[in-house]
Design a protein around this ligand. Sequence first.
Ligand code: 5CA
Length: 159
Amino acid sequence: MSQKLSASAKRVQQALAELGLDLQVVELPASTRTAQEAAAAIGCQVGQIVKSLVFRGKHTERPFLVVASGSNRVNEKRLAMYLGEPVEKADAEFVRAHTGYAIGGVPPVGHDCELLTFVDEDLFQYEEIWAAAGTPHAVFRLTPADLEQMTAGQIVDIT
Ligand code: 5CA
């Protein structure tokens, strides 16, 4: 099963196993590149898709991660209050450099560097959610509690 996964998806599966989480990465034939596409491919609500968005502090260039419900738009001013500095969305190169994954497949765990993480409180209204697993075709199902545990993230309002 896991032998069939692509290298990036395998890396995420490995990271989940190392965290002691019994969660299965699956690669789907349809694209899961965006939250909308992922929801359509899985057959769930867009809000149940975990967007893993990389931002950086404008002054320090420190990377951090926001794991947001697919139906929410991140409020950068609110993030700036949590970080204590203005923030900006990372570009594709910065995302790759700090996570080891390309946009469209960035997972919430298994990054090159450990990332300070904020978890969208709105994800907790769902019993099951789905996150990207390294590629634009790979996802895994988890609970909001799993997400909180694996990221050691702070649960906040990100809208
Ligand atoms: N695989 C899905 C979820 S299962 C996924 O990765 N969705 S996502 O929302 O987390 O990732 C796509 C996000 O990447 C977009 O919401 C957008 O915020 C960001 N993005 C897309 N293109 C760029 C770009 N050129 N530069 C920076 N960020 C981008």
